[in-house]
Write a protein that binds this ligand. Structure first.
Ligand code: GLY
Ligand code: MN
Ligand code: MN
Length: 486
């Protein structure tokens, strides 16, 4: 990286230049400062088309407006977060902001201003293009010379279909404004500080809950993006199978890196930390250290999802035999999880209770555990007491969308206790996990973990498995791996 140098005592320019975060400026001669002000072409873009989801974001803002009439609503994208010293994590805009604007710009803020009978007027507050007169564009840490060209506010208006303003003036304006206001918390400390005397946690939470519930049913744009995320994820799984020998020679990190390459080339990122769990690591639900050995004869549980450039993520798991063939016991456990997943997927249809697919999958797993003599039946007793959960560990799925665990603050009555509707997308992901130190199961079970996870769209008459291109049945998985390893 290039470090900026100490500031001169009197920075050149019409107005003081904003302090870079690390407080350093390069030394600037008068001649250089004068030179840097001019000689730059006009690069304004005049033929920009609205983003693909502009009509959908407008409809979502209208829904929000109708729910909170007469109230100012503030939805920040969020700010960069420090990783270490003057380096930051890569930026990922808040889900609420992306959902309501289609934009992903750091420090951006959407404000819905009450506008009488028209409901609200939406304005997007963004950092404009850098000023070249005062040197900001090359001397400030957020200057375009350092971080790249931004859209002008006029360009942003075309892209996002609403008026845009300078975000540097927003905090003061919010401080001075009167009237009821709500904000989505947790993303932008500066905006929250400006509103601190005007908002309450309870009212703000109602705003967040509403946007979470708006996202329960996906529109056609969102389903298309989720399908893209899944399709890239399928290719990422194929990439991994092709390099399992290299992973055996190194570690689980080779798998993580291989999948990440696909995610970065075809999308924005991975939607969550990839779980690349070989051997007994498969029994650790969120194994993301990925620093273990990859051994022939063991299973690899790979739980990974590409996040598209629009920020929709897939969430897919396959449990693969590293050498291409399941052992007898691995296959017995795999087949049980597969059967549970089949039962779960069959329970996904409009009008079904959200809990049905979980209950259907859990019942199959409980039956298997009783059949194998690992827990004393009858099955009804096991289910009633939840005894299967020692080995099934987690819920059988969740909503999927911009967040991997999407709609996370939707109310119980609309989500977990709710009813499935066409357009909902959820994962179905039963698993069985026998910990390496579980002395209640025969030794040969210990260290085996299996999960199978697919992304399921609720349709008008049932469901569609968005990740069906990735084989699930044990024999199909083996054949697929053999074809890829050629
Ligand atoms: N990858 C996290 C989950 O499956 O929910
Ligand atoms: Mn997953
Ligand atoms: Mn999941």
């Amino acid at each position: 990286m290039t470090e900026q140098q100490p500031a001169p005592e009197n920075p050149e320019g019409d107005e003081p230049i904003k302090q870079r975060k690390n407080g350093l400026y390069p030394a600037v001669s008068d001649e250089l400062a004068a030179s840097m002000k001019s000689g730059w072409a006009d690069t304004e873009l005049h033929d920009l088309q609205p983003v693909a989801q502009a009509a959908e974001t407008a409809r979502r803002r209208a829904g929000l407006s109708a729910r909170f009439p007469g109230e100012r609503l503030v939805i920040p994208a969020g700010n960069l977060k420090t990783r270490s010293n003057d380096t930051e994590y890569s930026f990922r805009a808040s889900t609420e902001y992306v959902y309501l604007t289609g934009d992903q710009t750091q420090d951006g803020v959407l404000v819905l201003e009450p506008a009488g009978a028209q409901g609200h007027e939406a304005t997007l507050y963004l950092l404009p293009r850098s000023n070249r007169e005062n040197g900001e564009f090359w001397l400030d840490g957020m200057g375009e010379l350092w971080v790249g060209r931004r859209h002008s506010l006029t360009e942003a208006e075309r892209l996002y279909g609403m008026p845009c303003g300078d975000v540097r003036e927003l905090a003061d304006a919010l401080r001075e404004a009167t009237g009821p206001v709500r904000a989505v918390r947790g993303h932008d400390a500066g905006i929250e500080a400006a509103l601190t005397d005007k908002v309450t946690a309870e009212r703000d939470e109602e705003l967040r809950v509403f946007v979470s519930e708006q996202r329960l049913v996906k529109d056609a744009f969102e389903v298309g993006e989720l399908q893209k995320a899944v399709d890239s994820t399928v290719r990422g799984f194929e990439d991994v199978v092709k390099v399992l020998d290299k992973a055996e020679a190194t570690s689980e990190r080779y798998i993580e890196g291989t999948f990440f390459l696909r995610a970065r080339v075809e999308g924005n990122d991975v939607g969550y930390g990839s779980i690349c769990a070989a051997g007994p690591h498969a029994t650790t639900l969120h194994w993301v250290r990925n620093d273990g050995a990859v051994r022939s004869g063991d299973l690899l549980l790979l739980d990974a999802g590409v996040e598209t450039n629009s920020l929709y993520t897939a969430d897919v798991t396959r449990t693969l035999p590293i050498n291409g063939t399941y052992t007898g016991l691995q296959r017995k456990i795999y087949d049980a999880v597969f059967e549970a997943q089949e039962a779960g997927i069959a329970a996904v249809r409009p009008g079904a209770k959200y809990r049905d697919f979980h209950d259907a999958a859990q019942r199959v797993l409980a039956e298997k555990l009783v059949e194998w003599g690992l827990v004393e039946g009858p099955v009804e007793r096991v289910l009633e007491l939840g005894l299967q959960r020692r080995w099934t560990l987690h819920g059988t799925g969740h909503m999927l969308g911009l967040d991997v665990h999407d709609c996370a603050v939707a109310r119980t009555e609309t989500y977990v206790d709710g009813v499935l509707e066409p357009g909902m997308v959820l994962t179905v992901e039963p698993g069985l996990y026998f910990q390496a130190d579980d002395t209640t199961v025969p030794e040969e079970y210990r260290g085996i973990g299996v999960r199978i996870e697919d992304d399921i769209l609720v349709t008008e008459d049932g469901n569609r498995n968005l990740s069906a291109a990735l084989p699930r049945a044990a024999s199909d998985v083996e054949a697929w791996m053999a074809s890829l390893k050629g």
